[in-house]
Design a protein around this ligand. Structure first.
Ligand SMILES: [Zn+2]
Length: 373
């Protein structure tokens, strides 16, 4: 049985491991004797292992690290069709993956999940499977159990975690896609070293999530981070949410495609629109300018409100470096106070099905590391 102190050690190794016993002890303010007993128990429990000795301060030192096979997590991404299901380990590596048929009927979809699990975890000790996480585009309750609303899936108040959990028999969580991605970046990716950062996901729609003081910020009702529906143009276009001028109406990839179509441009991706702009299409240049200005203004507002250490833009394109990105960067610089100007690194990362599945799985990994499951 693991205690809260065992979990503190696991979290330290996850965020800054591998570490020596002395480094861990000093990070967690634990005595040498306490560290020795606690780490022995974690090693016996097959969650921690000793790794190669290294020279530190002239002497060999034994490092402790998480064991990748200490626990396994299933992640399901509902962001593509078919949906994706993957098995990850305690270090965020993907072990197995499969396509998963999506069914708009939540009961039938939960049946599909239950049918897919046995082959996915083939060869893994069942007791090492900690749980299942599902990432979807939409609003999720603060218990990470119900999909309150997803326009994309046509779901309203769906208790998905319960439907899947009772079929598979493991703890199950549901999470908004951008929030799941931020959790994944914090534990396994670009943001491991940061306690304050924001993720902006740029896809068919736009999402965002914020880590503040090392924790995902959910807000009072689970709705924090809905940057897509910030009003960015006061007299703007109608949005699917019922408002007008939302960021989503000018800077999401769906909006770019629609705006391009209205201007007679036949494009199926951002890179094609960038290509049109490079070739001198004034419509493409105008659309990309408008999108870059809007996204940059929204990001500047995030910087102004939260002052994050880093902003990560997750996109689906081969690269995010054309006119859209350039104007966005200029708009960020133009709209933050001079004192904050240029102080927030903007990183970009290409996301694919694996990234979303890992994001979903990391929601369970986080609960595991926090000792909640
Ligand atoms: Zn809206």
């Amino acid at each position: 049985m693991l205690t809260p102190t065992h979990h503190r050690i696991l979290r330290s190794l996850n965020s800054s491991g591998p570490l020596t016993r002395a480094e861990l002890g000093s990070q967690l303010a634990l005595s040498k004797a306490a560290m020795s007993g606690l780490t022995r128990e974690l090693i016996e429990g097959a969650l921690v292992e000793e790794t190669t000795s290294v020279q530190r301060q002239g002497r060999p030192a034994v490092l402790l690290d998480l064991r990748a096979d200490g626990a396994y997590f299933i992640g399901i991404s509902l962001l593509s069709r078919p949906a994706q299901i993957a098995l990850t380990d305690l270090k965020g590596n993907i072990f197995a993956r499969a396509a998963l048929e999506f069914d708009p009927d939540p009961e039938r979809f939960a049946d599909n999940v239950a049918a897919a699990v046995p082959s996915l975890i083939d060869g893994i000790a069942r007791e090492r499977l900690a749980g299942i996480g599902v990432a979807l585009s939409g609003l999720v309750d603060e218990e990470q159990a119900r999909c309150i609303k997803s326009t994309l899936l046509g779901w309203q108040d769906v208790p998905l975690a319960q439907l899947i959990g009772k079929r598979v028999g493991v703890p199950t969580f549901v999470e908004n896609d951008a929030k799941a991605l931020a959790i994944s970046e914090k534990h396994f990716g670009e943001a491991r070293e940061f306690n304050n950062f924001s993720v902006i996901s740029l896809g068919g729609g736009i999402g965002s999530a914020h880590f503040i003081h090392g924790r995902l910020y959910r807000g009072a009702h689970g709705g924090a981070g809905e940057i897509a529906h910030c009003t960015i143009e006061l007299q703007g276009r109608p949005c699917r949410c019922g408002k007008v001028g939302c960021l989503d109406t000018v800077a999401s990839l769906n909006a770019l495609a629609e705006l391009a179509r209205e201007d007679g441009l036949q494009i199926s991706s951002l890179s094609e629109l960038e290509h049109e702009a490079t070739n001198g299409s004034s419509a493409a240049i105008r659309i990309l300018h408008r999108a870059g200005s809007a996204l940059g203004l929204a990001i500047a507002t995030v910087i102004q409100i939260n002052d994050p250490q880093m902003i990560l833009i997750a996109h689906q394109e081969k690269s995010f470096s054309g006119l859209f990105a350039t104007v966005m960067q200029q708009a960020i610089e133009a709209n933050v106070l001079p004192r904050l100007s240029g102080r927030t690194p903007i990183r970009t990362e290409r996301v694919d099905n694996d990234v979303w599945s890992r994001g979903a799985a990391s929601v369970v990994a986080e609960s595991f590391l926090n000792g909640l499951i």
